[in-house]
Write a protein that binds this ligand. Structure first.
Ligand SMILES: [Zn+2]
Ligand SMILES: [Zn+2]
Length: 188
């Protein structure tokens, strides 16, 4: 659910601030079809709204924890985010730098949840791991290598068909080199 903060009747003059405590209901963050969710339905947030000579400035602070599968071993992985974000908004200007996309000028509202979720998104890593040195799953048997003491290996099955293919590829490379050498000799 969106937390919409009304910017009507703020009751502050330029240079003055309001300090608000809010509850943020963060939707799960979805990456590559996998959802990373907060274990609590709402996290406490702090919003500071400062009236400037022109426009408003906002500061949003909150901490959240998102849980989901590790990108390597699929065990539970946790991301702690500590957000301290700033934005400004001046409804009189066209400059994107001075306009927060989370302010609705017609409704005079700040979508605090939308902003909070965007801040989580930009802090989310490309691959969330259960721990920095997660060893992942074995390519061959799928065992969780974090549960294995020492080295985990499989005897490589010898397959003569692969050897045959390798010889074939080498032969092709040699042939290509010979062709190139012949071409040089003929002055092509
Ligand atoms: Zn892992
Ligand atoms: Zn294995």
């Amino acid at each position: 659910m969106a937390t919409l903060y009304s910017l009507r009747n703020l009751g502050i003059s330029p240079g003055q601030s309001k300090h608000e405590e809010l509850e943020l209901e963060l939707a799960p963050y979805v990456q590559a079809g996998v959802a990373y969710a907060s274990p609590v339905s709402a996290v406490p947030g702090l919003l500071d709204v400062t009236m400037m000579t022109e426009g408003l400035s906002f500061r949003l602070r909150f901490q959240a924890e998102l849980h989901g599968p590790c990108a390597r071993c699929l065990e539970d992985a946790t991301l702690h985010v500590n957000v301290d974000a700033h934005a400004v908004h001046d409804s009189e200007v066209e400059d994107d730098q001075l306009r927060s996309e989370w302010v609705d000028d017609d409704e005079h509202e700040l979508d605090v949840t939308g902003w909070a979720q965007e801040e989580v998104g930009v802090r989310f890593p490309n691959r969330l791991l259960c721990r920095k040195d997660c060893r992942g799953l074995c390519d061959t048997c799928g065992i969780d290598l974090n549960q294995v003491d020492g080295v985990h290996t499989h005897d490589k099955p010898s397959d003569s068909r692969w050897d045959a293919l390798r010889t074939l590829q080498l032969g092709t490379e040699e042939q290509a080199e010979n062709d190139a050498a012949d071409a040089l000799e003929r002055g092509e």
